[in-house]
Write a protein that binds this ligand. Structure first.
Ligand code: SAJ
Length: 434
């Protein structure tokens, strides 16, 4: 029997030994989904403490509650290790490692390359390998395939290679890994079939596409779409501000259009490890092909300007009240990159806090999800809002967590700069909106 039939049987019978490399906010939920439907899953991560916490059933990913992880860890259906040699005993491997940008805005492929070097070392006939990390179109065929075909094994015959974009929306109460449609494209049609068969065992809706490039590009379209529209609405906010028009009212009224419109909202800048970053994987690749991705560059510039715009707004608001920004006590409300999560990666709050410090303001913060914060010269512990609000010359709302009591804030604060329209419904001369 050829190895594809063997692998298909193992997948359908749940006998395939599943591996996930990278146990972050993408990898851990994925590993859990396959363990929940009865696969023996091995998570592989460089980080000893992550592996130990998974094996103890102690989740560090908001979307994976302990009560879900613990039974799987105790039963041994999901176990974690730092030992890449375990790949030799696996039938499938999903690669869910970070794809950051270098300072030069070029893709940093080092995590993918080192994971694939380990996989190539232990590659054996009958394996299915799927890259999930967001990357430029062509990565799977141009970078991974040669690494895996360096020996005698050939894709589509001896092993199967696909790309499938991760679409995790951290903190989304409705859409989680199991019910988010899963796009998958293979190096060959047989690879696509194998990848789709694999995902169908644990996920509700699988969307096969004709190639790895299409699957890679799908993800970049999705996130570039968001980044550019956020940039456009940030620019609109600056226009409306200059013309004395309430941009929030404009957007809410435009959103009544039942077709052909999707609301995006201005904010203090673009945070997270995807939206501010992924589009630059696309612009980097298109530049190699001699095409300038001007929309991406422009939106990147505008979104990058928003922290400066917010600090100017704080300075002007203090000015109008006869206070200088220098030596003013500015309290930041919410430092995570978006509401109701604990992740501060690329958070615009960090940029705002650095800029305030550079302009000699005294900075403190409250965030129920982030007890302490360390970023370059910033080293702060969260302060309860009840304590900080009455003492601050200005409170700036950067992340509109649901847990904050905005009515109480209005009673206590002298001045509120609101970058998220969190004070919607309150009218007061104390409130300055984007
Ligand atoms: N933001 C705005 N205005 C908006 C929407 C978002 O300023 O109208 C800001 C947010 O505050 C945040 C950043 O943009 O700082 C990113 O927000 P996000 O809602 O895109 O959240 P992410 O990056 O956690 O998740 C996104 C996913 N979100 C949605 O589809 C709603 C999705 O695009 C991807 O699955 C995910 O990135 C990813 O991993 O690629």
């Amino acid at each position: 029997m050829d190895c594809s039939q063997t692998l298909q049987d193992k997948i359908v019978n749940r006998a395939a030994r599943v591996g996930v490399v990278g146990l972050g906010y993408v990898g851990l939920p994925l590993a859990v989904e396959f363990a929940r439907v009865g696969f023996q899953v091995t998570g592989i991560d460089l980080n000893e403490s992550k592996a130990a916490r998974v094996n103890a059933g102690d989740s560090y990913v908001t979307d994976v509650p302990d009560e879900v992880l613990k039974p799987l860890a105790s039963a041994g259906t999901l176990r974690a290790t730092t030992d890449f040699r375990e790949i030799a005993g696996l039938d499938t491997v999903n690669i869910c490692v970070p794809t950051p940008l270098r300072k030069t805005k070029d893709p940093d492929m080092s995590y993918i390359v080192s994971a694939c070097q380990e996989i190539a070392r232990h590659l054996h006939p009958g394996m299915l390998i799927i890259l999930e990390s967001t990357t430029y179109p062509g990565t799977t065929d141009e970078l991974l395939l040669p690494m895996f075909e360096s020996g005698q094994l050939r894709a589509g015959k001896d092993f199967f290679l696909c790309f499938s974009p991760e679409r995790v929306d951290p903190g989304n109460p409705t859409f989680q890994t199991s019910n988010i449609p899963k796009v998958v494209g293979g190096v060959t049609p047989k690879c696509t079939e194998m990848g789709a068969l694999f995902y169908r065992q644990a996920l509700q809706n699988v969307v096969p596409v004709s190639s790895t490039q299409v699957a890679e590009m799908v993800k970049l379209l999705e996130n570039t779409f968001r980044m550019i529209n956020i940039g456009m609405v940030n620019e609109l906010a600056m226009m409306c501000d200059r013309m004395g028009i309430d941009v929030w009212e404009v957007i809410d009224a435009a959103a009544t259009k039942p077709f052909g419109f999707m609301p995006f909202y201005p904010g203090p800048g673009l945070g997270g490890h995807c939206i501010p970053i992924d589009p630059f994987y696309l612009s980097w690749k298109t530049r190699q092909a001699g095409i300038e991705a001007r929309f991406i560059e422009l939106a990147g510039y505008i979104n990058g300007q928003m922290p400066h715009y917010v600090v100017d707004k704080i300075q002007n608001a203090l000015n109008e009240r006869g206070k200088a920004l220098k030596d003013a006590q500015v309290h930041v409300l919410g430092v995570a990159y978006k509401k109701d999560i604990d992740d501060v990666r690329e958070s615009p709050a960090l940029d705002v806090m650095h800029l305030l410090t550079r302009r000699r303001a005294k900075v403190s913060y409250s965030d129920p999800f982030v007890p302490e914060l360390e970023s370059d010269s910033l080293k702060l512990r969260a302060v309860p809002l009840e304590e900080a609000a009455p003492e601050a010359d200005c409170v700036v709302i950067i992340t509109n967590h649901s847990a904050f009591d905005y009515g109480r804030l209005l009673e206590q604060a002298q001045l509120i700069v609101d970058t998220r329209n969190a004070m919607k419904g309150f009218q007061s001369p104390k409130i300055v909106r984007l």
